[in-house]
Design a protein. Structure first.
Length: 135
């Protein structure tokens, strides 16, 4: 009879551990998967220029934070010479087309930023997003 109670105690204890562990696992799993998907950008430095004006005769005028730049960044010149940045027109307005990782014809209008990322990739950014994202 004592052997019976010994086995009963063993199975009850084992069941309690399994149920307790399963409940804890389920609660942890649920709280993990229901957590909000929020991320913070790493503090990395990027290079950027703002397109102040596009003129087919006079060229492209670049700047930073409202100030006209006296010189063009090397990375911008290299991208332009490679054909990654092309001057064009869209709906009668002068624009720049840039080749990004996602698209061959990303449209940059006057007032937008062209950013060189941490891996050397170039992409465009609206001024509102740029002001919210970068210092």
């Amino acid at each position: 009879m004592s052997e019976f109670f010994g086995w009963l105690f063993f199975w009850v204890l084992l069941g309690a551990l399994v149920i307790g562990y399963g409940t804890a696992f389920t609660l942890r799993w649920r709280s993990y998967h229901l957590a909000p998907f929020e991320f913070r950008k790493r503090p990395v430095k990027v290079q950027a220029v703002k397109v102040l004006d596009i003129d087919s005769e006079d060229g492209i005028f670049l700047g930073a934070r409202g100030k006209k730049s006296q010189e063009t960044p090397t990375w911008f010149e290299e991208a332009f010479n490679r054909g990654d940045i092309i001057v064009g027109q869209k709906n009668g307005d002068p624009v720049l087309y840039i080749k990004t990782m996602e698209s061959d014809d990303f449209v940059i209008r006057v007032g937008m930023w062209i950013i060189r990322g941490v891996k050397g990739e170039i992409y465009g950014c609206d001024p509102e997003v740029f002001d919210l994202t970068y210092d």
